[in-house]
Write a protein that binds this ligand. Structure first.
Ligand code: SF4
Length: 379
């Protein structure tokens, strides 16, 4: 806001845009933070509608890419999902041990309580803060009948002062994390990710956001903010946001190999979007050395229609062995078929073809191959 206010005083372009108005930076800040926040989406897509009417864009081609921006957060304020899970599991073990200890001590002292089941409370189900509160309730009840029980008093203190606050902290962390692997304590919406700019050249992860943008004719047509570092799974969410605001999908989507997954190809095909999207080996496959270097790669084996078999470069058949499913992070199920050669013994090129002891096998994702072929032909 201060920068904009300064530009309005000093920059002739800004002066022209504002009609010589020079609002205070506080006014600009209030406008951006409160007024615009509520209407930014409406204004943004209203402008897209106008651009469409004026013929400046036609939404036929949608060029999509993403970038990561660093959050205004402390570099060392990270909370990792794995550490949280480990610390929480350790704490649960400590709680269980304490409950066991109390019950054992009481059994030794032969004190009969009808509800001597603290230990049972820690069994089976996961111990959470709610359960710890129930344990505290039971301990308080017992203390009413046995006010001088030092063990119970010590246990109560430990749960109250240490276990319960820690459990609540881990639960709060898990709520914030959701499906993410990390967040920043100083900006809980930010996730730790690798940034393009790595001034220290140490690959340090920084708190940030993944911004996805779609353009045509140098106009931004869509934007979305994501908490995941990879671009692949952002595509569907991004285009769904575009659809929710515009009521249609772009006809063609053009994007780099970061988006070229089977899941994305299938998703776009289902919605009638033509994908001009590369896949990870797109450029590598086009190098003249590719075929020379890998004469026994899986795609050099020829599919035999009708027989559901492959033929290797030495003329041997590979028969269908089994089918498997690979489930992606986004829940997409990708089919993979495994074919194995009937007999590789005595093959003069065996050393080049396979490192395994048995007959050569190849794994084929028929749908993935089809999507890649289509993308390759379009590009
Ligand atoms: S090793 Fe087996 S699959 Fe590979 S070329 Fe020789 S016979 Fe064919």
């Amino acid at each position: 806001s201060r920068q904009i206010a300064k530009a309005l005083r000093e920059n002739v372009n800004f002066m022209w845009l504002s009609g010589m108005n020079r609002p205070d930076f506080r006014t600009i800040n209030r406008f951006r933070g409160k007024v615009m926040k509520a209407v930014i989406n409406e204004v943004f897509y209203g402008i897209i509608d106008q651009l469409l009417e004026m013929g400046m864009i036609d939404l036929q081609s949608y060029f999509m890419d993403g970038t990561k921006i660093e959050a205004n957060a402390n570099k060392y304020s990270f909370v990792w999902k794995k550490s949280t899970q480990t610390y929480k599991a350790r704490l649960q073990e400590k709680v269980k041990a304490l409950l066991e200890q109390i019950d054992e001590l009481e059994a030794e002292e032969e004190k009969e309580y009808e509800d001597r089941d603290l230990n049972e409370m820690g069994e089976g189900k996961e111990i959470d803060s709610e359960k710890l509160n129930e344990v505290m309730e039971k301990i308080n009840q017992r203390l009413k009948n046995d006010t001088d029980n030092k063990d119970l008093k010590a246990a109560k203190k430990q749960i109250e002062k240490d276990f319960l606050p820690r459990m609540k902290k881990y639960e709060a962390y898990e709520d914030i994390l959701g499906e993410r692997n990390s967040f920043s304590k100083t900006d809980p919406d930010a996730t730790f990710m690798r940034m393009k700019e790595d001034h220290m050249k140490n690959g340090q992860l920084k708190a940030g956001y993944n911004i996805q943008v779609g353009t045509q004719n140098q106009f931004i047509l869509g934007y979305s903010l994501h908490q995941r570092p990879g671009d692949t799974l952002c595509l569907q969410e991004h285009l769904e946001k575009f659809y929710a605001n515009m009521g249609l999908y772009p006809q063609n989507v053009i994007a780099d190999a970061g988006y070229g997954s089977e899941e994305n190809y299938a998703w776009m095909e289902k919605r009638g979007i033509e994908a001009y999207v590369k896949y990870n080996s797109f450029h590598y496959e086009r190098k003249p050395s590719y075929k020379k270097k890998n004469p026994y790669r899986a795609d050099a084996f020829v599919y035999q229609e009708g027989e559901d078999e492959y033929e290797c470069p030495q003329g041997k058949r590979l028969r269908f062995e089994k089918e498997g499913i690979r489930r992606t992070e986004g829940g997409y199920e990708s089919k993979r078929k495994i074919y194995r050669c009937v007999d590789c013994s005595g093959c003069p090129v065996r050393g080049e073809c396979t490192k395994g002891k048995g007959n050569r096998q190849i794994t084929v994702g028929a749908e993935l191959e089809r999507y890649r072929r289509t993308a390759s032909e379009r590009l």
